[in-house]
Design a protein around this ligand. Structure first.
Ligand code: M6R
Length: 367
């Protein structure tokens, strides 16, 4: 059942190329260079009058929502709020019929996300969900559901659900650009999209051995910091969540620019900092580099994940992982993989029960 893998988590990490391929299936019209979600009820009529988005979720799904904020605001120029479901539902969130509420949930059964959806409905918002489990409660209770099609996710630590949620948002953004502004993506980008599964497959296999060696060196750490900016900031949060969830190492994800407002005090020889940066994609590479230099000058070990050929980082890093240079929109899908593998390898070395971490349930149906 684990298909030759030791754990479901590793199997599911390796299933990501296939999973994202399924997310795209039947939703891309190559001749027209377009994305199509109209079969799923997401059409001009449904979107009429929408002026803003409210994305609500928990845990890893919340991180996918944060990625979506960067994508949607950049590409569509419309405001996006993202919130944790257990906060949203006990506040007075401001939303109305001009708001599209988007609930994200792998299981479709998370109690707080479901309650948030019901609240959004009461307030008159239109509702959409991004779910993995077909026919789940959240899927049934939203007007439009976009399935991620990741296939069953057994491991408590969410992996392929995340990459498919992110990809669904990429497709969603491209599609709305067509519908609202009559703008198609460049052929080059759509072609890169089609090649994503095969490119990701090659990357996973290549990066895994590198991550294994790295894990050997760092698995005894007691604390770790994850830093990123822009669309890689939510990936830093996700990397930290994966590590703490399955290896029980205290890890914090932070926006790199926020480091000097507190977490810099944690830096010392025994606290590794994982830094995510990308060149040529418009996500403040130089600023992230100077954050790395600040860590270095305080003797903090640096594990960097950077796009190919970022020599400046290589010089100051203890460990260096290269990520393929791709379009802005596709960066999160590549960067999250080594972080999932790192958490997995470290947890295994520490003898943790990777698929069933202590105190956690796959689906949180109680509040
Ligand atoms: O099924 P959902 O996407 O609604 O679940 C949300 C969170 O409970 C979930 O992502 C959790 O944070 C994972 N264990 C993270 O790996």
């Amino acid at each position: 059942e684990k298909g030759g893998f030791d754990h479901f988590m590793l199997k599911e990490i390796y299933e990501q190329p296939e999973a994202i391929k399924n997310t795209m299936l039947g939703r891309i019209d190559l001749d027209k260079n377009q994305i199509d979600f109209s079969q799923e009820g997401l059409d001009q009529k449904f979107l009429e009058g929408i002026q803003r988005f409210y994305i609500v979720a928990c845990g890893t799904s919340y991180h996918a929502g944060l990625v979506a904020k960067y994508l949607i605001e950049r590409e569509l120029g419309l405001p996006v709020e993202v919130d944790i479901a257990s906060e949203f539902r006990y506040r007075n969130p401001i939303l109305d019929e001009k708001t599209l509420f988007i609930g994200i949930s792998q299981s479709g059964e998370t109690a707080d996300t479901l309650a948030s959806l019901r609240l959004a409905k009461e307030k008159g918002a239109k509702t959409l969900s991004i779910c993995n489990v077909v026919g789940s409660t959240i899927a049934r209770e939203t007007e439009v559901v976009l399935y991620t099609k990741a296939g069953p996710e057994i491991s408590v630590a969410s992996t392929k659900a995340f990459s498919t949620q992110v990809l669904t948002f990429v497709l969603f953004t491209f599609y709305l650009k067509q519908l609202l502004f009559g703008e198609n993506e460049k052929k080059q980008k759509i072609e890169a999209l089609i090649k994503l599964p095969s490119q990701l497959k090659i990357f996973i296999e290549k990066v895994h051995s590198k991550v294994k060696t790295l894990a050997q060196k760092w698995y005894q750490a007691q604390n770790a910091l994850y830093l990123g900016r822009n669309i890689l900031y939510p990936i830093a949060l996700e990397g930290a969540l994966k590590l703490k969830e399955i290896s029980y190492i205290h890890a914090e994800g932070y926006a790199a620019g926020e480091m000097k407002h507190g977490p810099i005090a944690l830096i010392e020889e025994k606290v590794p900092t994982v830094i995510l940066a990308a060149k040529e994609t418009g996500i403040v590479y130089e600023k992230t580099l100077s954050n790395a230099e600040e860590v270095r000058s305080r003797r903090g070990p640096i594990i960097s994940l950077v796009t190919e050929g970022a020599k400046e980082f290589q010089k100051i890093s203890d460990e260096y992982i290269e990520v393929p240079l791709t379009f802005y929109e596709f960066l999160p899908i590549f960067y999250v993989v080594p972080l999932q593998l790192l958490a997995y390898e470290i947890a295994t070395l520490r003898g943790c029960d990777v698929d069933k971490p202590r105190n956690l349930a796959k689906s949180v149906t109680v509040e």
